[in-house]
Design a protein around this ligand. Structure first.
Ligand SMILES: [Zn+2]
Length: 234
């Protein structure tokens, strides 16, 4: 018997339920400059952000420069609280054009980014092939894929080529879901594979960025497959 027209299959309902908070999380983490006040999580980030609102420009510039010093030499999970705090302060810095005012000197290893002239702090996300490495200060492309050092491109390309079809399972249409037979199982398998690939990014790929950048950040979640930072064990 075929399902009634208009009836939502369980996997789809699952897909909808998972959506809002995790999607808002990625939105807030990756696109801090484009906060949507209607999303509760964005509102929460706006509230967190207020912690930096009474820093004057000089204090903020020094805090950013000093924290960059502490971030140097490591690759960081996007979900790490220190990174979260840095990103919030960096938004203020961006709004107030702190880096253009040259009030504090970041550690010399951080060269200036072309997108917003802040020190380069790249984020590796699953969209790397399409969007390149993302700037943690302005949320735009920091290094387009073609400009990523040639030594890194093959490993990023191969990782991304594995990840793209896995992530796509979350966005299969009805026809693709039916063809898979048991969509719930396909979805669970994809989530497990995403965990493996994200762990690989954290353990092996992001550290390679440190050969070219003083610090790096990697996205440690997949909201569409309900993979949370705590699911990724290094
Ligand atoms: Zn930027």
């Amino acid at each position: 018997m075929s399902p009634a027209v208009g009836m939502t299959p369980p996997a789809e309902r699952k897909g909808e339920r998972k959506g809002d908070s995790t999607k808002a999380f990625r939105h807030a983490m990756l696109h801090p400059m484009a906060t949507d006040a209607d999303l509760p999580l964005d509102q929460l980030w706006m509230e967190y952000r207020n912690a930096f609102s009474d820093f004057d420009d000089l204090t903020l510039a020094r805090w950013l420069a000093q924290t960059l010093g502490q971030l140097a030499g490591k690759s960081w999970r996007l979900s790490h609280p220190l990174l979260g705090a840095y990103r919030l302060a960096a938004q203020w810095g961006h709004d107030r054009q702190i880096w253009l005012k040259r009030l504090a000197t970041p550690p010399a290893a951080y060269t200036e980014s072309a997108c917003c002239r802040a020190p380069m702090l790249p984020l590796l996300s699953r969209d790397v092939k399409e969007s390149g490495l993302i700037c943690q200060h302005c949320g735009e492309t920091l290094v387009p894929f073609e400009e990523i050092p040639a030594e890194l491109q093959p490993v990023l390309e191969s990782w991304s080529a594995q990840y793209v079809p896995v992530h796509a399972v979350a966005h299969w249409d009805d026809r693709q879901r039916k063809r898979a037979g048991d969509y719930d199982r396909a979805y669970e398998n994809a989530a497990a594979e995403a965990e493996r690939l994200l762990a690989l990014a954290g353990a092996e790929i992001a550290p390679k960025l440190l050969d070219f950048y003083p610090a790096a950040v990697w996205e440690d979640q997949d909201e569409c497959l309900e993979v949370r930072p705590e699911d990724i064990v290094l």
